[in-house]
Design a protein. Structure first.
Length: 67
């Protein structure tokens, strides 16, 4: 199976609800082999607690990136 990583950088600049809705749909229906990396300076308006609880979310925060 092919593996693909989709990276969305500077997501904090997005303020269109339609984009957030489309991304939420994508996250809920990710095809096998597709992973999503979202880089943002703030938490996106997605259902993060649900993703955390389902083991579908790995996070790197500022504290994780400090030397």
């Amino acid at each position: 199976m092919a593996r693909l990583l989709l990276v969305l950088d500077d997501y904090h600049l997005i303020d269109a609800r339609q984009v957030h809705g489309a991304l939420e749909f994508l996250v809920e229906h990710l095809p096998p082999g597709l992973r999503l990396a979202l880089a943002s300076r703030s938490d996106p308006p997605l259902r993060l607690p649900r993703l955390r609880a389902g083991g579908q979310l790995a996070e790197l925060r500022a504290d994780d990136l400090r030397f």
